[in-house]
Every structure is written in structure tokens, then in C-alpha cells.
Write a protein of this length. Structure first.
Length: 352
């Protein structure tokens, strides 16, 4: 089932990738904010070069990241690097959130068109991983989805295929969401599962077992998106301050950025500060290492909006947790997520 692309290298730095949502800036799809904060093209391109110079070769993008702008920036990076160096780039893409003029976002002709635009924008002819953003029951015909996904792998568009987990309400054995998910797993035969930070916790269940147990038993690699939960786990959002986000920034409608959820976050992060110290870099390290150490077949895609943040992420990736520290951090995160409300974001919007 696995391929070279889904078998993440054992080195933590080799399993670290750059999520490009922040590079695309704000974006709105069907009235829903799906982007990041304002950032200039020059700043974003400089960040890409900083990450490349530091050794990061994996980049994740989506057709909603700046509605193609992030892809064009990746294309500029490739041009700057030159053809030989650019071959080292391992670009993965998530499809199925942008509908455009199609009847739905998983319409096969539309997905192929999005990949043709990616080729035009980024100049990449073979992708590391193509994942779907959604597996909702009733969204598209299963036969069509299976056909287009398998044809993309068979035709050489991608080395590996990925599927996301169903929405939380669709993860019990008797749910329609779980039935659709298991059908696509059986028929698509993906190499990796796309997961979020909270999906790695013991309380995150998929049928009768944890997500991690399920992936390990089935032999799936994991691609972890949002390991810092859009910055929440770094402690940068104080519950005592009002936080305003640009139109098109998904945090503007995310349920975890309200005053009460932020107080809950602060209270739990204080347990980590008491144990590991008040330096915000420590909170970054704990969140990143928790994701990296949850599975030796996990690739972690983390966003950054400055070169300094890239440097901090690389430093954090070089400093693993002990077994005892990992267990303590996991217990804090599990308790934190148990108290937070379900985020007010559409399926797929907040994960990548």
C-alpha cells in the first residue's frame, strides 16, 4: 500500500514541511474565509527561499490558498532555483474545497482543471501527494471520485494519494460519514491520511479505535496539517485582548478565537509553561514535537509568516521530547481539546 512518497524519512527535519496557506494571504470561497493574514508577495517569496535554504523540501498547497497565488509563488521559487535544484521539491496538494463554476468541488472535470492550473501556476508536473479536502456523504458520486483519484496516480500526476478523515460526527461505525470514508479507503487505496493536530490525540476515535491505531494497523502514512492550531498552541493569543483578523482570514470565524475559548486555552497552556518555562519557543517545540513523535510515518506541514518563524520551527524540530514529557504534553492537549467547542469552520477549511 505504501510508496516512497508516503514513507516519511526517519529524520524529524526530513518529515517537516511548509504549509503555504499563510503565503497566499486572505481568501474567501463561497462567502467563507479560508486564507491567512495579509502578506506581500516579496515577503512570501523570501520566506520560501529561507525555508529552502534551511533544508525544507516538502511544501503543501491548495487551490484555495490565495486562490492560486500561493501556487504562483511556488512557481517563482522553482524558477529562481533553476531546473536541477527544483527537482528536489516535493509538492503536495489538497483538492476539493474550491467549487468554482462546477456543480460541486469534487466534480472530476473540475478537479482535473484545477491540476492543470496548478501545473501552469507552479510548473510542477508530478506531485508528491494529491489529497481530497472532503469525503462528505452526498458530495459527488463515489464511482466518479474513485475513478479520478486512481487515474491521477496511474497517469503519473502523483506518487501518492491521500484522503481526509470524515467530520467528527461521521466517525462512528454506524454513521453515513464513516460508511463513505471506509468505502473510499477500500476503493481508492490511498497511501496517506490527512489529519489535524487534534486527530492525533488518544480521544480522537475512528470507529472503535484511535486514529493513530487505525493508521498504524492499516499501514497508512499521516500528513499532519495545522500542528500549531493556527497559532493557538503557541500562546500568542491572549484571552485578555481582542483579536481582529482580516476579511478572508479563516481565524475570523473560527470558534476557538473567542474570549471564552482563549481563556480555556490559556489555562491549559499554563500547565505547560509551569513545566517547561514561559518562553513561547517552548510551546512551539512542544506542539511540533507532539505531532512529529506521534508517528514515525507522519509528515508535519506547518505554516509560517516570517523567516524568523521558519528558524524557530527548525530549532523546535531538532529538540525531541522524552517519553515521559510526551505523555505529559499529550495529557494537557487531550484535556484542552475536551473543553473546546467544535470549531465553527466548514469541513476542510481549518485543517490545511
Amino acid at each position: 500500500m505504501s510508496t516512497d512518497a508516503s514513507d516519511a524519512p526517519s529524520s524529524p527535519l526530513g518529515r517537516l514541511g511548509l504549509g503555504s496557506r499563510p503565503l497566499g494571504g486572505p481568501a474567501v470561497v463561497d462567502g467563507v474565509p479560508v486564507g491567512g493574514a495579509e502578506i506581500s508577495s516579496d515577503q512570501a517569496l523570501a520566506l520560501l527561499h529561507r525555508a529552502w535554504s534551511a533544508g525544507i523540501r516538502r511544501i503543501h498547497s491548495s487551490d484555495v490558498y490565495g486562490l492560486g497565488h500561493a501556487e504562483r509563488l511556488i512557481g517563482r521559487l522553482r524558477n529562481d532555483l533553476g531546473e536541477d535544484a527544483a527537482r528536489e521539491l516535493r509538492l503536495s496538494i489538497t483538492l476539493g474545497q474550491f467549487r468554482g463554476t462546477a456543480s460541486h468541488s469534487l466534480q472530476p472535470v473540475h478537479m482535473r482543471h484545477q491540476l492543470e492550473l496548478l501545473n501552469e501556476n507552479a510548473g510542477v508536473e508530478e506531485l508528491d501527494i494529491i489529497s481530497l479536502a472532503r469525503v462528505d456523504p452526498g458530495l459527488g458520486d463515489a464511482d466518479e471520485i474513485v475513478e479520478v483519484m486512481r487515474s491521477l496516480r496511474d497517469s503519473g500526476w502523483t506518487r501518492s494519494l491521500g484522503l481526509p478523515l470524515p467530520a467528527t460526527a461521521g466517525r462512528t461505525d454506524e454513521s453515513a460519514g464513516f460508511a463513505r470514508f471506509t468505502e473510499l479507503l477500500h476503493r481508492v487505496q490511498p497511501d496517506v491520511l490527512a489529519v489535524g493536530f487534534a486527530d492525533l490525540l488518544p480521544s480522537a476515535r475512528l470507529g472503535a479505535e484511535s486514529v493513530r491505531e487505525f493508521a498504524h494497523r492499516k499501514g497508512y502514512g499521516l500528513v499532519v496539517h495545522g500542528p500549531l492550531s493556527h497559532g493557538l498552541l503557541t500562546g500568542v493569543y491572549s484571552s485578555g485582548a481582542e483579536h481582529r483578523f482580516a476579511e478572508g482570514d479563516l481565524r475570523a470565524m473560527h470558534g476557538w478565537f473567542g474570549a471564552q475559548p482563549l481563556r480555556t486555552v490559556d489555562r491549559h497552556l499554563d500547565r505547560l509553561r509551569e513545566r517547561f518555562g514561559p518562553d513561547p519557543a517552548q510551546l512551539v517545540r512542544l506542539a511540533l514535537q507532539y505531532c512529529l513523535q506521534s508517528s514515525d510515518r507522519a509528515t508535519v506541514m506547518v505554516g509560517a509568516s516570517s523567516g524568523e518563524q521558519v528558524d524557530g520551527l527548525l530549532a523546535a524540530a531538532r529538540s525531541p521530547l522524552s517519553v515521559e514529557e510526551f505523555g505529559f504534553v499529550e495529557s494537557v492537549y487531550d484535556a484542552l481539546c475536551a473543553e473546546l467547542p467544535a470549531p465553527a469552520t466548514p469541513t476542510g477549511a481549518a485543517r490545511n
